[in-house]
Write a protein of this length. Structure first.
Length: 190
């Protein structure tokens, strides 16, 4: 439900809906990691969680796990033992040499120390920043499609913009995310 306010002749729209992403498909992975490494800090998200926001139909989904760099190999090995397809820090070149054929491949990356990285199921603010980076790094989508996803969440759900910007700064893409935000927020604030 959207509530519209008019302040000093300008229309201001306040979005009341918060996003609740479905994490059911990620629970077996999270439970396995917690069972094998109960003290490991990690966050996980999947393109399947946001498939409804893409303009084009997605036929392949990727799961991303972010954790400490020294634990990524152990984490990969444990997930492979449980019959998951896991790739450790792949690049576009890796993708060209060996395309991810398996449905629901898991990509593990180094965790960026941030409040958003401490939640096991990544919130949408983290996903939007990480998705932009993965679009650049491995090309899971193009920037036009990313723009559609970003727009969908900005128009339909309430986001914590300060956390989004802070995480984008930590990931060194603050100016890129600010460009996307300028379409939705008064430019003097961004």
């Amino acid at each position: 439900m959207k509530i519209t306010f008019i302040v000093l002749g300008k229309v201001i729209i306040q979005i009341k809906r918060e996003i609740k992403l479905d994490s059911k498909s990620l629970k077996p992975i999270v439970n396995l990691i917690k069972q094998k490494s109960p003290f490991l800090e990690f966050s996980v998200w999947s393109t399947e969680q946001i498939k409804f926001a893409f303009h084009h139909l997605q036929n392949r989904f990727y799961t991303f796990i972010y954790s400490e760099s020294d634990s990524l190999e152990i984490l990969r090995d444990r997930l492979i033992e449980a019959n998951y397809s896991v790739y450790l820090n792949p690049t576009k070149n890796d993708l060209m040499k060996n395309p991810f054929i398996e449905q629901n491949s898991i990509i593990s990356r180094n965790r960026i120390n941030h409040k958003l990285s401490k939640e096991q199921f990544a919130p949408i603010e983290k996903i939007l920043v990480d998705l932009y980076i993965e679009t650049e790094w491995i090309g899971i989508t193009d920037l036009e499609e990313y723009s559609c996803v970003f727009e969908y969440f900005m128009r339909n759900y309430r986001l914590n913009i300060s956390l989004l910007l802070d995480y984008a700064e930590r990931r060194k893409i603050l100016s890129e995310i600010k460009e996307y935000l300028r379409n939705y927020i008064n430019p003097t604030f961004v």
